[in-house]
Design a protein around this ligand. Structure first.
Ligand code: PMP
Length: 353
């Protein structure tokens, strides 16, 4: 017998983006610009570095396994009971946890495709089966088709809002209709990794509007707007019962001590987070018409990235790299993260060739 599960070989391995240091060396330039992973282009929020330094003094100890201080800080900011909050090693760690806590081998997980690249990996890791429902031609989720794809074997549905990599977002009315129609023995995850970048008021806030439904889990992250991608801290809100079950299978100490300290400090700097997000949003408004002139059909984005439906994504990616800008090609298009004004101008120049 093979030493590892033979079905794991079915998936292409996760290929991380090109390293900026590597590209800079190859091109002989001081630094490459990375617009490939939907990070914010700014350093840590005020107070974060100090909080990490202070936490370092105890780094020989295990972190608080119950994550009490951070859960309390999140509970206060978002007005949810702390017993409904679970934190993890990135929201991707929580997606992994959700798959293995809901599915037994052979069970099905439904999600729109194309969406976040980690979905098929965490599904397979749990021994579950991916049921991928193609995006609509406007690049949004096809909720009717997703509903039709749910079978008695479906245990989990992943709804990415706004969707990575297309940046498109579902509106309140359609999402409400969908959630009303999903059977209450199927858990629905609203993955709101990019919530802070939403400006369209028709797009619902899952935490405020849907999290009280017992079969809904709202997933958030400190990686994007809060600028802590490198520290790996995600969190979710579920019913107390679901949250309790998730905690029993959670990898012990999944949220490390520095991540806990940094996340609390970041939450205290919410005003500065908002100011930085507003800079990204101003760039989003500035870029859209220019991108549409370059790539017709570019959808408006509710996130900190754009989806460019170019004919030759790999060629487009290579062209950008030859100008020192790293973007993320997919088979159907290219995703580019919104950076600083300077970085975005460099990207525009690279895209024009
Ligand atoms: N969900 C979505 C939709 C994402 O795009 C990402 C990151 N690219 C994540 C979850 C995971 O983020 P993290 O693990 O850093 O919290």
């Amino acid at each position: 017998r093979p030493l590892t599960r033979p079905d794991l070989a079915a998936l292409p391995p996760y290929v991380p983006g090109r390293s900026p240091a590597d590209l800079a060396r190859e091109l002989g330039i001081p630094a490459a610009i990375k617009l490939a992973s939907n990070e914010v282009p700014y350093g840590p929020l005020p107070g974060v570095t100090e909080a990490i330094s202070a936490a370092m003094a105890e780094v020989n100890r295990y972190p608080d396994a119950a994550v009490i201080a951070l859960r309390d800080a999140l509970a206060e900011r978002y007005e949810v009971a702390p017993d409904r909050i679970v934190t993890g090693c990135g929201s991707v760690g929580l997606l992994d946890l959700l798959c293995k806590s809901t599915c037994q081998p052979g069970d099905e997980i439904v999600y729109s495709w194309r969406s976040f690249e980690a979905y098929p990996l965490v599904v397979l890791g749990a021994g579950a089966r991916s049921v991928q429902v193609p995006n609509k031609s406007g690049h949004g989720h096809d909720l009717d088709a997703m509903l039709a794809a749910i079978t008695p074997a479906t245990r989990l549905v992943l709804v990415c809002n706004p969707n990575n990599p297309t940046g498109t977002a579902l509106h309140r009315a359609e999402l409400t209709r969908f959630l009303d129609a999903v059977s209450d023995d199927v858990l629905v995850v609203l993955d709101e990794a990019y919530r802070e970048f939403i400006t369209d008021e028709e797009v619902p806030d899952g935490l405020v509007e849907f999290a009280d439904r017992p079969n809904v889990v709202v997933l958030r992250t400190m990686s994007k707007a809060w600028g802590l991608a490198g520290l790996r801290c995600g969190w979710l809100v579920a019913s107390p019962e679901v949250a309790n079950t998730l905690r029993t299978v959670l990898t012990p100490f999944a949220t490390n001590m520095l991540a806990q300290a940094a996340a609390i400090a970041a939450l205290h700097a919410a005003d500065e987070m908002r100011r930085r997000v507003d800079l990204v949003l101003a760039e989003r408004d500035r870029l859209l018409p220019q991108l549409r002139a370059l790539v017709p059909g570019t959808p408006a984005s509710q996130a900190n990235f754009f989806w460019l439906p170019v004919a030759d994504p790999v060629g487009f990616g290579k062209q950008c790299e030859s100008h020192g800008v790293i973007v993320r090609p997919f088979p159907e298009g290219v995703r580019v993260t919104i950076g600083t004004a300077e970085e975005n101008d460099a990207f525009l120049a690279a895209a024009r060739g």
